[in-house]
Design a protein around this ligand. Structure first.
Ligand code: 3HC
Ligand code: NAI
Length: 696
């Protein structure tokens, strides 16, 4: 026994307690400690049965993910669980918190399972690019059937105690004092001489011959590019193909080992930690004071304002929305209700919940009504003059200590802050559209934003279900600044001879949810066109040149919303189809510019679209706009659907090799001379040293 696992007896019941905060991860010391405690319990003649439980906030939440990729240390988790299962004394798992992955697998190695009503259990390994590798794929099917086990393992979602009881995983659900009731339950089992029930002795057969291939087909689209879901299916299938439990375990081990060394799993594990790391801001810690956010004001009930409001309402935080006219308020509120009702229709919330959210919503036309709110988020037109007026008003009416946030996507947060007498309270909160759906929130720190405001807004991001990433002030912040470079390359590639469909296919096949042109059609070609038109009017000398995208926008081909943009769309169908109008406009543009087209290869498309992003990402790091490469990774995963199994933009670049990427960027710079190809100094340095962004 050691510091992290203890053994104690309570009357005739021996209790093994795992104490490895924060989540009782099953690292080497814990695994050894469990075996030692088991040996002690086995040797303890006064113990008639053994309980295994977690101290602190949870039953173990799984293997220690930090140990993956390092040399394995005995005893392995599968061995520990096999030994638990072989115990000649009744073994009962007493579960609270989240028994996940290896934690749930421990419970499956026990004879009986008792859980607190608030407890959850699940096998989320698939989200780390793995499969349950400590017998979970062999024991769960024996307990609940092959089909149900396969579905649960591939979904990887924690399930509630009551549901687990229905499924036949949990024997008893209790409320209140878990240990007292687990001890009671153990005594009852001892009193009635309950039998040992090793799960390995149960039989399992596939419900029908096709369940595996059918299921594979059903997840093909959703699991595109991922390896783990398909390996999970194979492992469960193995459980049904032989009654030899050891053979099944061996197959599970092989498949687990393949996944563990796969680039997909390395990427997914990186994302797991990166997602947690972004919340940690150097210089800001638990001691930094945070402000209470109990009421929120939102200025503007348009596309963004409404979506932003929903985040707070759904989290139970009252919202007051301000607009210039009653009609705008009515329209905004009606849209919020419509969105909630649509969610309820899909069965994802009850009508009671809809009403609860709506009851938290309030509207006003007067700034004075915002005097008591703790946070205001401005989402009015993207115009500096208008924003300054709004912030001037907010400065006048808001109470001392209120946080004043802007949802601007392109304007200078410092300049906005300067229009108040409290720039330390001003911050950017850049939501992504649709704001009630997209998980990313770029929190933009101005020069004067206080640590307290940053700490509050970062914590609030999590409270409203967002992944908050702290970024600095620049045009487009992290996400859109990188996006614009890619969109420009995509357009250039078409100018030179590629088709929009070809460019989109290459990036879709890389794993992005859609290509650059389908994305432009979704956002609306009018958005970029209006900005370019504005620039042409304001600053003709530096204005972007007129191209085929402008020509399409002029014809009111604005994308999906008008039935056609770069692509055509059949009514009620979002599938992009190549358009003759677009092809003609591209041809016309090439002719006007005297461009001689050539065959553009898929490789060139991939390299130019992605390497330009890597170069910009490196410049963003150089300038301190993003704090760490992992911040860029998370922005692109949650803001734009960069494939998780590639770990994010910068992680992916490291896998390709920065030397290779740098050489290509240099070549493109020499060939095209465009500023965006000027190699980043940081990239050049890392490539020269044979290092990656991960070494920073
Ligand atoms: N291994 C190592 N560290 C872990 C961990 C694990 N399995 N699970 C959580 N942690 C760490 C987190 O990195 C974080 O560390 P930090 O404070 O230094 O950032 C800390 O524990 C707290 O985690 P969260 O911030 O995520 O806390 P929450 O309360 O929000 O969530 C949780 C708790 C639901 C348990 C969540 O952490 C989680 O989902 N963990 C991963 C669970 C999992 O994937 N388990 C399967 C592991 S693989 C496995 O078991 C293989 C086996 O089949 C062989
Ligand atoms: P929108 O045009 O849909 O909504 C703006 C709303 O603000 C309108 O309802 C308008 O009546 C109201 N408004 C304008 N001036 C006002 C004032 N002085 N006082 C009160 N209300 C006023 O615009 P959208 O798309 O919601 O954009 C809002 C902000 O969000 C902009 O800064 C934009 O750059 C930013 N943004 C937009 C994204 C998008 O995809 N639409 C994404 C991220 C940020």
């Amino acid at each position: 026994m050691n510091d992290v696992v203890s053994y104690k007896r309570d009357g005739e019941i021996g209790v093994i307690t795992i104490n490895n905060p924060p989540v009782n991860a099953l690292g080497h010391a814990v695994r050894q400690g469990i075996l030692d405690a088991l040996a002690q319990g086995t040797a303890d003649d006064d113990a008639k049965a053994l309980i295994i439980t977690g101290g602190g906030r949870t039953f173990p939440a799984g293997a220690d993910i930090r140990e993956f990729g390092k040399p394995p240390q005995e005893p392995s988790l599968p061995d520990v669980i096999n030994q638990l299962e072989a115990s000649k004394k009744l073994l009962i798992a007493a579960v609270h918190g989240t028994a996940l992955g290896g934690g749930m697998e421990i419970t499956l190695g026990c004879d009986y399972r008792v859980a607190l009503d608030s407890a959850k259990m699940g096998l989320p390994e698939v989200h780390l690019g793995l499969l349950p590798g400590a017998g979970g794929t062999q024991r769960l099917p024996r307990l609940i059937g092959a089909k149900a086990a396969m579905e649960a393992i591939v979904a990887g979602k924690p399930m509630k105690a009551a549901q687990l009881q229905k499924m036949g995983v949990v024997d008893k659900v209790v409320s209140g004092d878990l240990m007292a009731q687990a001890l009671d339950y153990a005594r009852q089992l001892v009193a009635k001489d309950a039998p040992l029930r090793p799960v390995r002795d149960l039989e399992v057969k596939a419900e029908s011959a096709d369940i595996f291939s059918d299921f594979e087909k059903s997840i093909a689209r959703k699991s595109r590019g991922f390896l783990a879901p398909f390996h999970c299916i194979k492992a469960v299938q193995a459980a049904t193909e032989s009654s030899d439990f050891e053979a099944g375990l061996k197959r599970e081990r092989e498949l687990f080992a393949e996944l563990l060394k796969s680039p997909e799993s390395a990427a997914q594990r990186h994302v797991f930690f990166a997602e947690r790391e972004v919340a940690k801001i150097p210089g800001i810690d638990k001691k930094t004071a945070k402000r209470d956010i109990e009421q929120v004001g939102i200025i503007g009930a348009g596309t963004m304002g409404g979506g932003i409001a929903m985040n707070f309402l759904s989290a139970g935080i009252p919202v007051r929305v301000l607009e210039m006219k009653q009609e705008a308020l009515d329209k905004g509120v009606a849209l919020i209700r419509k969105n909630y009702e649509a969610t309820a229709k899909k069965g994802r919330m009850t009508s009671d919940q809809v009403e609860k959210c709506m009851a938290l919503l309030d509207t006003t036309l007067a700034y004075d009504d915002l005097s008591e709110v703790d946070l205001v988020i401005e989402a009015v037109f993207e115009n500096m003059k208008v924003k300054k007026e709004v912030f001037g008003e907010l400065d006048r009416v808001c109470k001392k200590g209120a946080i004043l946030a802007t949802n601007t996507s392109t304007l200078d947060v410092n300049e906005i802050a300067q229009s108040t007498k409290r720039p330390e309270d001003v911050i950017g909160m850049h939501f992504f559209s649709p704001a009630n759906v997209m998980k990313l929130l770029e929190n933009v720190r101005g020069d004067k934003t206080s640590d307290e405001v940053i700490a509050t807004v970062m914590a609030l991001s999590k409270r409203i279900g967002k992944v908050g990433v702290l970024v600095g002030v620049c045009n487009g912040f992290v996400g859109n600044r990188i996006l614009h470079k890619r969109q420009h390359q995509a357009t250039q590639l078409v100018n030179e001879g590629a088709t929009p469909a070809q460019v989109d296919k290459v990036l879709f096949d890389f794993g992005l949810p859609m290509g650059p042109f389908a994305m432009a059609d979704l956002a609306g070609l009018d958005v970029g066109w209006r900005i370019r038109e504005g620039l042409r009017e304001d600053d003709p000398a530096n204005a972007p040149e007129y191209n085929w995208l402008d020509a399409l926008a002029e014809q009111k081909r604005w994308g999906q919303k008008t039935g056609g943009g770069v692509f055509d769309y059949a009514e009620g169908d979002r599938t992009p189809r190549p358009s003759d109008v677009t092809a003609a406009e591209i041809e016309k543009y090439r002719k006007e510019k005297g461009i001689e087209t050539r065959d553009v290869s898929d490789d060139e498309i991939l390299e130019r679209c992605l390497y330009v992003m890597v170069n910009e990402g490196a410049k963003i790091l150089e300038e301190g706009i993003a704090m760490r490469p992992l911040d860029v990774d998370i922005v692109w995963i949650y803001g734009y659907g960069f494939p998780v199994y590639r770990g994010g933009l910068m992680f992916w670049a490291d896998q390709v090799g920065l030397d290779k990427i740098y050489a290509k960027i240099k070549q493109f710079h020499e060939e095209a001379g465009e500023d965006e190809w000027k190699p980043s100094a940081l990239l050049e340095k890392l490539a020269g040293q044979g290092k990656g962004f991960g070494d920073l």
